[in-house]
Design a binder for this molecule. Structure first.
Ligand code: FAD
Length: 293
């Protein structure tokens, strides 16, 4: 299928791109095109103008500043995959990126495009939720920052204005030596997850000093399992503790679609949460489900 006709714009600076977005009616930004192009081809979106961000200077970088990893919106997923800075400081992001699509889609797909497409099962969206990331946005009145918990406004809908462009995401880093695990269930390798779980643990003196658990694919945006986080904090990690605590994930108001029922998603939420916590805590090294990967 071919996309519907549109006018193509090719700005080279952020100011020019923001100017075009403010001026043109019914315009869409193009990043890696890995979600937008299929949506155009299937006529799910019908823009009159497409503004290509690929030549805009200064939007592709990975750097560490003030205890956070800052990643430019146009940074390709494949560059994140091979970044030593990411691997050393943000193991959850490093693990999660390996689950995204295929090498070909990661070559073009960007972090900004994934966050803005905001698929509830997207791995990068879950990582941003797990780390309490901040999204940096540029518009006609300058830049502003949005806490990631306020970023999803609805299904596939980020809380940005029509004249705004996401320029970067800032991911606060956890202390060196923290543990992380990303697990997901999908029908085939490279498919979007049906459900995923992202766990971060900070252990001190054999106890969990801090925990973050995020479940993707169950609702319109990733859900932080705050009940589980509270229940396990201050406890010594064990499979029994994780099994009992993660039972509360069966109560999440889960979506149903052609891939999975509400009940099945709730079941996966409980099982994958427990597995992610076990894997992060080093309790899953001999588990059959872990050996397969
Ligand atoms: C075969 C296949 C398998 C895939 N599997 C997975 C998977 O398993 N997991 C997963 O997470 N994704 C998957 N994807 C999607 C892929 O990760 C996309 O790269 C991603 O969803 C969108 O990023 P993009 O850079 O391609 O953005 P685009 O497709 O160019 O844009 C997506 C949307 O975001 C908007 N946008 C883009 N950049 C900005 C910006 N800076 N500011 C404001 N709005 C912006 C666009 O206007 C558009 O609405 C898959 C894609 C394919 C084709």
């Amino acid at each position: 299928m071919k996309p519907p006709p549109f006018h193509y714009h090719d700005p080279t600076t952020l100011a020019e791109a923001v100017g075009l977005l403010g001026k043109l009616e019914n315009a869409k930004l193009l990043a890696g095109g890995q979600s937008l192009m299929p949506m155009l081809n299937m006529r799910f979106v019908l823009p009159d103008h497409v503004i290509d961000l690929n030549r805009v200077d200064g939007l592709s970088y990975i750097k560490e500043t003030d205890g956070a990893l800052e990643i430019g919106a146009m940074t390709r997923q494949r560059d994140i995959e091979f970044s030593d800075l990411v691997k050393a400081n943000c193991p959850l992001l490093h693990q999660a990126i390996m689950h995204i699509g295929h090498r070909q889609t990661r070559n073009r797909g960007t972090i900004g495009g994934s966050l803005c497409h905001l698929d509830p099962a997207a791995e990068l969206v879950s990582v941003a939720a797990a780390h309490d990331a901040t999204v940096v946005v540029a518009g006609p009145n300058g830049t502003r920052e949005i806490a990631f918990k306020d970023f999803p406004a609805g299904y596939l809908t980020p809380a940005i204005e029509l004249n705004e462009i996401v320029t970067a995401v800032r991911i606060p880093l956890w202390p060196a030596g923290h543990k992380a695990a990303f697990v997901e269930f999908s029908r085939r390798h490279g498919d979007f997850a049906i459900v995923s779980a992202a766990a971060l643990l900070q252990l001190e003196g054999g106890k969990i000093a801090r925990a973050s658990l995020t479940i993707g694919g169950v609702a319109v945006a990733p859900v932080r399992a705050s009940e589980v986080e509270k229940a396990i904090t201050g406890q010594a990690p064990s499979s029994e503790l994780f099994r009992k605590s993660c039972e509360s994930c069966r109560m999440i108001e889960a979506l149903a679609d052609i891939h999975a029922s509400t009940e099945y998603r709730q079941h996966l939420a409980a099982v994958l949460s427990r597995r992610a916590l076990e894997k992060a805590a080093g309790l899953a090294d001999n588990a059959p489900w872990n050996r397969a990967h």
